[in-house]
Design a protein around this ligand. Sequence first.
Ligand code: HEM
Length: 414
Amino acid sequence: MEYDPLDPATMQCPFPGYARLRAEAPVYFAESVGAYIVTRHDLLSEVLRDPGTYSSRRGRSLQPLSGADREDLIAAQSEGYPRLATLLTADPPQHTRFRRLVSKAFSPPAIAAREPLVRGIATRLIDSWFEASPIEFVEQFAVPLPLEVIAGALNVPDDRLEDFKRWSDDTVVGFGNQPTMAQILAAERGVNDLQHYFAGELAARRVLPQDDLLTALLDARIDDDDPEIADRRELDVPEVLSIIQQLLVGGNETTTKMLTEMVRRLAEDPDLWRRVKNDPSLIPSVVEEAIRFASPVQAIWRVAARDTDLGGVAIPKGSRLVVSFGSANRDEVVFADADDFQPDRANLHEHLGFGRGVHFCIGASLARMEGRVALEELTARLASLSPADTNDFTYHDSFMLRGLLKLDLHIVPA
Ligand code: HEM
């Protein structure tokens, strides 16, 4: 069979293609991306459980750059700080050390403490809609909510929010699509700007500490809770910058896409909307099903650290793999009627939308809380919502990040 994840029609709707791959070739070498695409739920679990074999240390672009392009890239990057691997792109044991430091900021009490802030942003955004209907949900809710939440955690002032969003967009250039060299270089310059902004903020906090994540990262000592390891030191600036960049992108784009798909489903299903409105205890299940159904992170890279075998396919050392969460979450062996949005499914939590294993999404509790609060406030403040006929339901052109570009909604206040 033939499958090209970069095909524009496939990016718009990858699900029939995933179903064929799961049935006919669940570990499939796709020429266009030079990687094995893994699509079955059980095979994904095997990969995600074994970071020793399936490494997360990978490059950012789809195909290796030619000599001249590589030199341009190095020149653009040299104007910023070194791009280091810390969380998403690191393997144990380095990954474990960084993860431990950052986990503290995402503990259940830390997330609970953020809830009033999230609710305040959600209510302000919804209240601003009542002047005109239809509204555009992506721009008027799904982008600003997570953006302001993560900006709040990093103490970014309101007048830098636009830059902050631009830097987040720059960070995902090339995730699951093929940008031009000009786009790659422009994005690298954006990442440099992000680095210089936060390096300045870190320097300021060394003089005047604040009650925020930046100060916490400066105060952290790597391995400081492990007496066996002598290497107890401060994080250096490129390490802190790498962590910040991953929180920025991890916290924004994904949550935006989850919120939008969840609200699309509710807008298209008035019965479900009424059920949720009448019984808010359903909300956490709707959020969980939205993460399965939307799978905003459709796929992520791994690299084979040794020769191995996956589902009967020999994978040589150095091969790249695309681990397809979007497909595993529609695997009919695990999820009955997998293409239907069913918050009542008994095995809701078996989805892999947040990954599994050592890289399991560090922001999962935050994303769930944002989804829950958003839906609590939407159902409390709106009598109904429905899709406007201006929608064409176009998705972002990427096989790794999936979400609607816009969602026009008619709303009726409660
Ligand atoms: C619905 C929203 C979200 C989805 C669907 C999502 C999805 C994922 C997935 C699939 C992974 C695993 C990647 C892998 O195995 O290589 C991951 C990791 C990660 N996520 Fe999320 N995420 C979401 C929200 C967030 C938020 C709100 C944050 C931070 C504020 C965040 C930060 C991260 C970070 C830093 C990692 C890397 C963790 C590690 O490597 O140890 N994510 N996320």
